[in-house]
Design a protein around this ligand. Structure first.
Ligand SMILES: [Zn+2]
Length: 319
């Protein structure tokens, strides 16, 4: 009985874990791409901007109480009633264009059947694309829609990745150190820290020799680079799943890599060192290792989760 329970719990963990990093419904790529391109053609809004908004919504809807039951065939855009119908509209998810306009809602009829139906994904997509199109530029549109600085940054990063690689299939992964060098790591996530007061360990330490190449684990945008008193020389990279990869204690960075650059899984971004725990340049206060952390932005806040099971999976990927 005990054993059966263990097997059941294990299989649950295996199902749930990948969905944190790449949402479980990250499929249907062909149908999604066709829809983005169709709407680009009809509206003039670039496909990768439409796709970035849809991807961002895909990344956060499970963390939004009002969007949990969202089910469209292709898209993941979850519009709240107040925006769809207008803030003072007495009809919940109104479908009448006249009253929607009257109350300042943005809902539109996308498929020409005479109603703006929240359950029709073409009506929702058309509404979103028309909203984007009503602004002078993409940034202004997403600023007005989301009213959160971090959301705007993340969506712009997703759009730049889609545009750069000309695809929405960007789920390949790599271990953050080169497998041609020796390395070792254990699950030390959540352990107590010695320096900088009471903190818990928000990552996994991968022990390796000085100068071992550090690799990007994902397709992403370099969001932060430079010195931090805890992390030493560190890099933060964001992927299309709202996941932020944090690499710390580096000896140095690769070449002329800089903030805003686009990287691929397996690309060298820096080298293992022991920097940090002091003012800029401090090194050697602990054995050389890569501190690797993962954070998820859920639309409201950003929180750390354990990279360990993901690292063990990426270890099996070809480099
Ligand atoms: Zn660490």
């Amino acid at each position: 009985m005990k054993r059966r329970f263990l097997i059941m719990s294990l299989s649950l963990v295996m199902i749930v874990l990948p969905s944190i990093i790449a949402n479980a419904d990250d499929s249907n790529h062909e149908a999604r791409m066709k829809m983005y391109k169709d709407y680009e053609l009809a509206s003039g809004v670039p496909w990768y901007e439409i796709a970035a908004v849809d991807q961002y919504e895909r990344n956060i809807y499970k963390f939004r109480e009002e969007c949990k039951d969202l089910k469209y065939d292709t898209i993941s855009i979850c519009m709240i009633n107040e925006r769809w119908s207008g803030p003072e509209n007495p009809y919940y998810y109104d479908n009448d264009s006249y009253t929607i306009n009257l109350f300042g809602g943005i809902a539109k009829d996308g498929d020409g059947d005479g109603v703006a139906d929240i359950n029709n994904e073409h009506d929702v997509m058309y509404t979103m694309v028309e909203y984007l199109r009503s602004f002078d530029d993409f940034e202004g549109a997403i600023e007005a829609y989301y009213q959160k600085e971090q959301a705007v940054m993340v969506i712009k990063e997703i759009a730049s990745l889609f545009e750069h690689f000309d695809t929405i299939v960007l789920d390949k992964r790599s271990l953050p150190v080169s497998k041609r060098y020796s390395y070792s790591f254990q699950d030390n996530y959540g352990a107590a820290r010695s320096w900088g007061g009471a903190r818990s360990h928000e990552g996994i330490d991968i022990f390796a020799c000085y100068s071992t190449p550090v690799l990007s684990t994902a397709y992403g945008v370099v969001e932060i680079m430079g010195w931090n008193d805890y992390g030493g020389y560190r890099i933060g990279i964001r992927d299309i799943y709202n996941t932020y990869q944090y690499y710390a204690h580096l000896q140095g960075f690769e070449g002329d890599l800089k903030e805003g650059d686009i990287v691929e899984p397996g690309q060298v971004i820096g080298y293992v060192g022991s920097t940090g725990y002091g003012k800029e340049g401090t090194s050697g206060k602990f054995p050389p290792h890569l501190h690797f952390g993962l954070y998820k932005y859920d639309g409201r806040c950003e929180w750390a989760f354990n990279p360990y099971p993901h690292l063990r999976r990426w270890e099996k990927e070809k480099q």
